[in-house]
Ligand binder design. Structure first.
Ligand code: HAM
Length: 420
């Protein structure tokens, strides 16, 4: 059979059997964020498109190739959120959060949309847990968000992850570095891939991020940003490192780490799973001291991260991390004979009103088939209403694990379920 409709390419349904993973990751996220004093924020799924073009960078892949942009019926140009940082900065300004005690620490859990080339771990709709701390330039805040991300993975039970750290400098030192990098690449353009030839003009820092085999020797010899940092950026980076060491968050300096957005300044970081692979980062982020200003706000230094939930779940499965089983209904209400249909419906309702989760048999299945269904769902008790029970005002309760069965007055049922 060929299906007329399928989920759009690069999107996925999250089926009931996968929800235990989602609950686990979401619950852990909200617990850890609370532990670090971050408050939840939700922003709309779509925003004015220029919010992203202005902040992410006109020349980035995200803006050039990956944004879902559309006009609404009023003619406004909107974009499905391709990342979570610019919307949080927009909300920070819109709600005057600059007048709250700084830094303002926020976290979000949100669907993100990118017209990416779908493959394992890369989708057109994915979900991110993100945290942003706005209004403070201290290196301890960089270390705090990095520690938050690291503890989150630890709490989830993930192991063998690597945290890469770098600084891409600021408005003082980066332009000079970019010039040095350009000079270095100018003589080698014939040896790099066509994408890199375009990057040379559009976004030279991204040259360092190329995954093509032929570009690796050129990258390996390229001048390092770390050697071109100005004094304040160098100090900031070494302070971030000192704080991370103080709390035993292991990191690896990666002078070629650059990221896909133009808004970053100074600290950038990524966390990678053990297996190699392009685009495999579990999470990443950095400092973006100029972003709020790009939106017309006052100077507001800030730092944050985003981490992909689908990639985390792939990793949880790969590392065989056990997750708590989803709750199942406690009672299955089975019935026999047409007269029992309505009383069974009522019994299910009464139990639910008492806070007991109930699955009610429907249709005209035999009692045996109803038992099988209850068993398949792993339910503890079956409450049976048949002609005899109706006549007596009783209910038969069967414990599926051992088949123990007793008939009780209807009024005693609740007591028996609650204290077996
Ligand atoms: P990002 O590195 O583009 O950063 O995305 C963060 C994470 O989202 C990635 O590490 C990855 O786990 C996941 N991710 C990204 N694209 C996809 C995709 N197509 N399919 C599945 N997962 C994906 C940001 O978005 C920044 N806003 C992070 C940030 C927050 N920087 C500062 N604050």
């Amino acid at each position: 059979m060929s299906l007329r409709y399928q989920a759009p390419r690069g999107t996925q349904d999250i089926l009931p059997e996968d929800q235990a993973y989602w609950d686990y990751v979401r619950d852990t996220a909200s617990r850890i964020c609370r532990l670090f004093g971050y408050e939840r924020i939700d922003t709309p799924v779509f925003e004015t498109a220029s919010l992203f073009t202005r902040t992410t960078g006109e020349a980035t892949d995200i803006v050039q190739k990956e944004m879902y942009v559309f006009r609404d019926r009023g003619g406004q140009e909107l974009a499905l959120r391709p990342e979570g940082t610019a919307p949080v900065c927009r909300a920070y300004l819109e709600h005057g959060m600059g007048s709250r005690p700084q830094p303002v620490r926020l976290w979000y859990w949100a669907p993100i949309f990118r017209y990416d080339r779908p493959q394992a771990g890369r989708y057109r709709q994915h979900h991110q847990l993100g945290a942003e701390a706005l209004g403070d330039s201290s290196p301890s805040l960089d270390a705090e968000v990095i520690e938050l991300l690291w503890r989150f993975y630890q709490e989830l039970g993930l192991s063998n992850l690597t945290l890469y750290l770098n600084s891409i400098g600021d408005g003082q030192c980066r332009p000079q570095y970019v010039e040095t990098l350009r000079r270095y690449y100018r003589d080698r353009l014939a040896h790099v891939c066509p994408d890199c030839q375009a990057r040379f003009h559009r976004s030279p820092l991204r040259l360092l991020d190329c995954k093509q085999e032929q570009c690796q020797p050129v990258i390996a010899e390229a001048p390092s940003m770390l050697e071109h940092l100005c004094g304040p950026c160098r100090d900031h980076l070494s302070e971030v490192g000192r704080y991370l060491e103080a709390v035993d968050v292991p990191y690896t300096m990666q002078p070629r780490l650059v990221r896909g957005f133009d808004y970053y300044t100074r600290t950038v970081f990524e966390v990678h799973p053990p297996e190699e692979g392009a685009q495999s980062a579990l999470g990443g982020g950095g400092r973006y001291d100029g972003l709020v200003e790009m939106l017309g706000g006052p100077p507001t230094p800030a730092v944050g991260f985003g981490t992909g939930v689908e990639r985390i779940i792939i990793q949880l499965k790969r590392q065989e991390v056990p997750v708590p089983a989803p709750g199942r209904p406690q009672v299955y209400v089975a019935w026999q004979g047409a007269e029992a249909r309505l009383p069974a419906f009522r019994l299910a309702s009464e139990l639910r009103q008492k806070g007991i989760s109930v699955l009610l048999a429907t249709g005209d299945r035999s009692l045996k088939a109803q038992m099988r269904q209850a068993d398949a769902r792993g339910i503890t008790y079956v409450a049976i209403l048949g002609p005899r029970e109706l006549q007596e005002g009783s209910i038969t309760l069967r414990r599926l694990a051992d088949g123990y069965q007793e008939t009780l007055p209807a009024s005693a049922l609740l007591q028996r379920i609650l204290s077996p």
